[in-house]
Structure formats: structure tokens, C-alpha cells
Design a protein. Structure first.
Length: 88
């Protein structure tokens, strides 16, 4: 996911995004990649993530994002981490 940058970040901003996604996942006991999909689905632009896998177990894991509601404060925490700056 994200070319591996979300799962094994190598820079400070990527690590901040990973930490923010982990906070979302921790509330539901779900891994970071599921939290990332849920975050995308909660985007106001109506993003529909496309999975790049044919492995049934990965599709099943990703489907758990459909039931995850991302609280707004946590959603903005990911956005701010990705931007590297707070929202105005």
C-alpha cells in the first residue's frame, strides 16, 4: 500500500502518517492498511479505493474498512501528518 511507504515509513512525515493511521486502527483493533482504506473512504471527495491484489485474504482484510467509521479528529490528524502542517 502506497508502495510500502505506509507500512514501513522511512521518513519523518511518513512515520507521522503511520502513527496517525495506527491511532485509527487501534480504536477498532484493525491494522494500519485497513485504517488507511477507511480514511480514504471518509474523504469528503468520495474517494473509492481500488485494491491492487487478487489475493482473497487481502481483499477480505480490506473489506473490514467498510465497517470502520473514522472520527473527524483522527481523520484530520492523518491529513495534518500528511501535509506536514496543521489545518488553518
Amino acid at each position: 500500500m502506497g508502495g510500502g511507504a505506509l507500512l514501513t515509513p522511512t521518513e519523518a512525515r511518513g512515520a507521522a502518517v503511520a502513527t496517525a493511521l495506527d491511532a485509527i486502527g487501534a480504536e477498532a483493533g484493525l491494522p494500519r492498511e485497513v485504517a488507511a482504506l477507511a480514511w480514504l473512504r471518509a474523504h469528503p471527495a468520495g474517494i473509492v479505493p481500488m485494491l491492487g491484489t487478487g489475493r482473497v485474504e487481502r481483499v477480505a482484510a480490506a473489506a473490514r474498512a467498510l465497517d470502520l467509521t473514522v472520527p473527524r479528529p483522527l481523520w484530520y490528524a492523518v491529513l495534518e501528518a500528511a501535509r506536514g502542517a496543521p489545518m488553518p
